[in-house]
Design a protein around this ligand. Structure first.
Ligand code: ACO
Ligand code: LMR
Length: 264
């Protein structure tokens, strides 16, 4: 038979060897001719399959809603300071991206993990939240610096509205809302945040679309695909902040002494 030299890399998502590049087997000409959007491209390159329109639209809504949240958040702040230090686009971008993590924008995967585990084990919101408290873990997807029970995050409401209209089931999201009702009874800042909304709704997308096996869903959650949505989305805003600072010819940033408590 044929003898093939062992390869050093295995790749399964794209192929550039033919006449035209293919994403998960779909040629670029089909992607363009059939009017695919960025949600379809994400479906092909991340999930290796075409997803129904409501799923790709949901992905695109996540990207649009998370693209930016003003200059004061951790990511934009870092990017602005870096751009003002005269650094290039990539440096300014990654400086902002590096703040994405368990407190800021990168709580989506953990929110999905914890909400799924609690829902699948039939824990009441009270049992779930109190068990997390005992373990000393903040509930991922809950809490916000400026959003409150009486000043909800519009992005969360928009995601929920879309899903309630288009998803076959929103059971994980409804569970997250019940968790929020309980946490809000403890403190007014413990709202369901955009990470928690995306995390719980993506569980509904994965389990309700019929496009993924149980094993595939577990793998997606375990590997942690979902923070990628925030990373991708916020890159749009961070690039914008870099251009903004350069356009405005902003000088080197130095934090004012008055805003630092110098103490021993
Ligand atoms: N679960 C349980 N209790 C909480 C939570 C939570 N998620 N968040 C705050 N609390 C409680 C705690 O008792 C906390 O006291 P502690 O410091 O002793 O733990 C108390 O509220 C005070 O919290 P604050 O310090 O006022 O909260 P802060 O405004 O600093 O934090 C944050 C906001 C970082 C979002 C926080 O709520 C949190 O860690 N949430 C979980 C992670 C998360 O979902 N991050 C994504 C936010 S959305 C985004 O970045 C796009
Ligand atoms: C964001 O999208 O950056 C935020 O929800 C965080 C914030 O503090 O506004």
């Amino acid at each position: 038979g044929k003898v093939r030299a062992p390869t050093h890399i295995i790749s399964t998502i794209s192929d550039d060897r033919g006449e035209e590049p293919c994403y998960a087997g779909v040629p670029m000409s089909s992607i363009i001719e059939q009017g695919y959007g960025v949600g379809d491209v994400i479906s092909l390159l991340w999930f290796k399959r075409s997803l129904p329109r409501y799923c790709t639209q949901f992905i695109e809504i996540c990207i649009m809603l998370c693209a930016d949240h003003g200059p004061c958040v951790s990511g934009a702040h870092n990017t602005i300071v870096t751009a003002r230090a005269g650094k290039d686009l990539v440096s300014s971008l990654v400086s902002g991206l590096l703040t994405i993590g368990p407190r800021f924008g990168g709580a989506i995967d953990d929110a999905a993990r914890y909400f799924k585990d609690a829902y699948d084990r039939n824990l009441t919101p009270y049992e779930f939240v109190e068990a997390m408290k005992k373990k000393g873990i903040r509930v991922p997807g809950i809490g916000h610096r400026i959003k409150r029970g009486d000043n909800r995050d519009k992005r969360v409401e928009l995601l929920q509205k879309f899903a309630r209209t288009h998803f076959p089931s929103v059971k994980y999201m409804e569970y997250a809302v019940q968790v929020e009702t309980y946490t809000l009874s403890k403190s007014n800042n413990l709202v369901l945040n955009v990470d928690g909304a995306i995390g719980s709704l993506f569980l509904d997308l994965l389990s309700g679309s019929g496009m993924f096996t149980k094993q595939e869903i577990d793998e997606i959650i375990e590997i942690g695909y979902l923070n990628g949505l925030f990373v991708l989305a916020r890159s749009i805003g961070l690039i914008g902040h870099t251009f903004d600072q350069k356009r405005l010819k902003q000088p080197l940033y130095r934090h004012p002494w008055e805003d630092v408590l110098y103490t021993k």
